[in-house]
Design a protein around this ligand. Structure first.
Ligand code: PEP
Length: 257
């Protein structure tokens, strides 16, 4: 059985102008080597304003680092001031886009229907959505993290075909672990990631369940990634804070080694 390629994705959030972005990607590219890119897929997700610069750098120097965006409009075009479409992102060479990040759900009131529309907009433009989901502290305390996360998965995948779902990336990100320094234990991560994989099998097929990559996110750092990655249903990490430090992100990409 073919092993899923690990994916390490850096969510820069609202950090770095385009000049800083170029400098950061160059530092990472200088430190990473072919063996690193053979072992894992390494991706950065800068703000929209840096995507053109990152594209030029990656294309010009034939870098193996991938990139994508942090958000996508659910609309194709029209009177939607401030929005960025999937076609625009595809034209900039974006391979990935986040959908459903907890900060979008919280600060921009994105519900499962909006997240579903964004996942479909990504697939329609051949961009792989990284579907983020996960429970808050209240749900965790009640012990309902699995049912909560599965409901978010179901809601985000309505109308998504099996062919599309095979390319899907899901990121389990318990909200209480994001940016808090409080990382989930490897067993906590495996519990929900394993349940998500079972559900993908129920929604689609054993093939989709085997092919989809499921990441953990929430205070991942070079010194805690190895234990999380050792779990059978965790295929990588979505990294916020630690992705802004080149040395740390390079170490993370080597899965802490
Ligand atoms: C994130 O924003 O997706 C995230 C996981 O952030 P952090 O690594 O800073 O917790």
């Amino acid at each position: 059985e073919a092993k899923r390629t690990p994916l390490i994705a850096g969510n820069w959030k609202l950090n770095n102008n385009h000049l800083e972005a170029i400098a950061l990607v160059q530092k990472m590219a200088f430190a990473l080597n072919d063996a690193d890119f053979d072992a894992a897929e390494i991706v950065v997700l800068p703000p929209f304003t840096s995507l053109r610069s990152v594209q030029t750098l990656v294309d010009g120097d034939k870098l193996r680092i991938g990139y994508g965006a942090q958000d996508i409009s659910q609309h194709d075009k029209g009177a939607y001031t401030g929005e960025i479409s999937g076609a625009m992102l595809a034209k900039l060479g974006c391979s990935y886009v986040l959908a459903g990040h907890s900060e979008r759900r919280e600060y921009h009131k994105e519900d499962d229907a909006v997240v579903n529309a964004k996942v479909k907009a990504a697939f329609a433009n051949d961009i792989t959505p990284i579907l983020c989901l996960g429970e808050g502290l209240d749900v965790r305390k009640a012990g309902d993290q699995v049912s909560h996360s599965l409901a978010q998965l179901d809601g985000a995948l309505k109308g998504v075909t099996a062919e599309q779902a095979e390319r899907l990336v899901v990121a389990y990100e318990p909200v209480w672990a994001i940016g808090t320094g409080e990382v989930a234990t490897p067993d906590d991560a495996q519990e929900v990631c394993g349940a998500l994989r079972v559900r993908l099998g129920e929604l689609y097929s054993p093939e989709v369940s085997r092919a989809s990559r499921i990441l953990y996110g929430g205070s991942v750092k070079a010194d805690n990634i190895a234990g999380i990655m050792a779990k059978s249903d965790v295929d990588g990490a979505l990294v916020g804070g630690a992705s802004l430090k080149p040395d740390e992100f390079v170490k993370l990409s080597r899965l802490g080694k």
